[in-house]
Design a protein around this ligand. Structure first.
Ligand code: ADP
Length: 254
């Protein structure tokens, strides 16, 4: 989990084992540098591209709003350009979040929070976009970063909406067992094939590239969710059945 702090130590071992450990340590150190370089590159590029693109998007929007003499094809062209710029800005923001989280650069503000309140707040926001949410919340306090947990839930609920039909309910359950609190997001959507269940948390992986792209997602949502949940010392699990639906479960320490 943290290459930069990982070292093998075999001080009492025979010389040849010590030499081997030293070689391994050199390799770990080079891996760690390469990893950090890659992370910084992604972070810098996303940051550098986001600013001018935000300007381009703003300019396109104001041209669309102010120009009264645009022909239909011109208007359509500008609208497509604006919406692509918007999608790319979101993608860059997601990449930036992921690179920051990966390098341990996201600071978590962990407090003992009543989870039913956090879930309820997200559902209140959600009611403006959909009336499909059904909640069953057992009050429980857990150690979380409130804002990050909201980001996690918004992502999971957004996916549940995107990957299920508009007339199917989405259930959110909160309960606890032992020293863990569990938040379950259950949909009755298209489901995920068994062979892809472990892959969906990798950046840019999509089960069905064309259909998923059409939903407007960036393919980074679940990678961010997993990183955030693990950053709060929680775990994220998924169960799914093709054409029946999926359940994402976030477990958090009480
Ligand atoms: P995206 O922006 O494409 O939604 P995510 O990282 O959030 O990216 O999800 C990765 C992929 O996992 C999606 O493209 C989709 O194929 C699959 N997926 C995620 N959530 C669900 C769900 N609730 N039901 C079915 N498939 C899902």
């Amino acid at each position: 989990h943290n290459l930069s702090d990982t070292r093998l130590e075999f001080e009492q071992a025979p010389t040849e084992v010590q030499e081997l450990a030293q070689t391994c340590n050199m390799m770990i150190s080079r891996l760690s540098d390469a990893w950090e370089q890659q992370r910084r590159f992604v972070s810098d590029v996303s940051h550098e591209l986001r600013t001018p693109l935000t300007l381009v998007h703003g300019y396109l929007q104001s041209t669309l709003r102010r120009s009264k003499n645009l022909t239909e094809p011109q208007k359509e062209g500008l609208e497509i350009a604006a919406s692509e710029a918007d999608r790319t800005i979101k993608l860059l923001q997601d990449l930036l979040d992921l690179a920051r989280a990966d390098g341990g650069h996201i600071r978590f503000n962990i407090e003992r929070e009543p989870l039913e309140e956090v879930v309820q707040e997200v559902l209140e926001m959600g009611q403006y976009v959909s009336d499909r949410f059904q909640a069953d919340l057992t009050p429980v306090k857990a150690l979380v970063d409130r804002a990050r947990l909201k980001q996690v839930l918004i992502n999971l609920l957004d996916n549940a909406m995107k990957y299920s039909e508009a007339d199917k309910p989405i259930q959110i359950k909160l309960n606890h067992y032992g020293d863990q609190a569990y938040i379950e997001v259950r949909d009755q959507g298209r489901g995920i094939p068994l062979c892809d269940l472990t892959k969906i948390f990798a950046p840019f992986f999509r089960v069905d590239e064309d259909r998923s792209r059409a939903t407007g997602g960036t393919g980074l949502g679940l990678s961010i969710v997993k990183t955030l949940v693990e950053g709060m010392d929680g775990t994220l699990k998924v169960q799914s059945k093709l054409n029946e639906g999926s359940v994402f479960t976030v477990a958090l320490p009480i």
